[in-house]
Design a protein around this ligand. Structure first.
Ligand code: DX5
Ligand code: ZN
Length: 221
C-alpha cells in the first residue's frame, strides 16, 4: 500500500517560536503543516487566523493544509488562499452548499477538502468526493488538541475508503484528533493515508522519532 503521510498540527507548537517549531517538524519528516483555525463560534475555542499562516508563507518547504473551524468559511476563503494555504478544509456542518464552497476554493487557487465531525455520517462526503482532493475525519470534537481518540470513526473511514477505491478515486483520506502510534494502526488499516497530529509530534521528547513512529505504525499494514 502507499505510504502513510503525516501532517503536523501547529496547535501544539510554541507560538512564540512558530517558524522554528514548524521547521523542526519538517526536519523531523512531516509532509504537511496543519493549520487549525478556530473562531470561538463554530468551536468553543479561538486559535489564530490568516495572518499567522501568511507569516509562514514562503518560509516552509511543505504544503500547509488550513482546517477552517469557523462559522462562515466562504467569507474567508480568499484570505486563507492569499495567506499561502495549499489545501483549504471546510466543515460539512458549517456550509449550506458544499459544491459552492468547493468551487470557491478552486477559484482561489487552492485544493478543496471536506471535514466531518464525529457524529456526521461519511455518506455526506460521497456526493462531493470526485471534486475533492482531501477528506478529513474528525476523531475528536474539534476545538482542542490533546483529547482522546473516538474509535467510532474507524468504521466510517473503512466504509468511505472501500467506496472511494471502488470508484477509482485517489484522494487524501485524513484523520484528525488523538492520533498516536497506538491509534494510528486502527485508522490506517481502515484506509486512512494521512495522519494529523499535534500532541504526538510537538509534545514528544524526540520529534523525529515520533514522526517515524507514526509513519512506521502505518506502514506495518
Ligand atoms: C482539533 C484540531 C486538531 C488538533 C489535534 O480541533 O483540529 O488538529 O490540533 O490535536 P491532537 O493531535 O493533540 O489530538
Ligand atoms: Zn485540525
Amino acid at each position: 500500500m502507499a505510504s502513510v503521510k503525516v501532517s503536523a498540527s501547529i496547535l501544539s507548537a510554541d507560538f512564540a517560536h512558530l517558524l522554528e517549531d514548524s521547521q523542526r517538524a519538517i526536519a523531523a519528516g512531516v509532509d504537511f503543516l496543519h493549520m487549525d483555525v478556530m473562531d470561538g463560534h463554530f468551536v468553543p475555542n479561538i486559535s489564530f487566523g490568516a495572518p499567522v499562516i501568511a507569516g509562514l508563507k514562503g518560509k516552509v518547504s511543505v504544503p500547509m493544509d488550513s482546517h477552517l473551524m469557523i462559522t462562515d468559511p466562504n467569507k474567508y476563503i480568499p484570505d486563507f488562499a492569499k495567506a499561502g494555504s495549499s489545501y483549504i478544509l471546510f466543515h460539512e456542518e458549517a456550509v449550506k452548499n458544499p459544491a459552492e464552497t468547493i468551487a470557491l476554493i478552486r477559484q482561489n487557487g487552492c485544493k478543496p477538502g471536506m471535514v466531518i465531525n464525529p457524529d456526521t455520517s461519511e455518506e455526506t462526503l460521497k456526493p462531493f468526493a470526485k471534486d475533492l482532493e482531501y477528506v478529513l475525519f474528525m476523531s475528536v470534537w474539534p476545538g482542542f488538541s490533546g483529547q482522546s481518540f473516538i474509535p467510532d470513526v474507524v468504521p466510517k473511514i473503512a466504509n468511505f475508503s472501500k467506496w472511494a477505491k471502488a470508484q477509482g478515486l485517489n484522494l487524501i483520506i485524513a484523520v484528525d484528533g488523538g492520533i498516536s502510534p497506538k491509534t494510528a494502526p486502527l485508522v490506517v488499516e481502515a484506509g486512512a493515508n494521512l495522519l494529523v497530529a499535534a500532541t504526538a509530534i510537538f509534545k514528544a521528547p524526540d520529534m523525529a522519532e515520533a514522526v517515524r513512529a507514526l509513519k512506521n505504525t502505518g506502514n506495518k499494514n
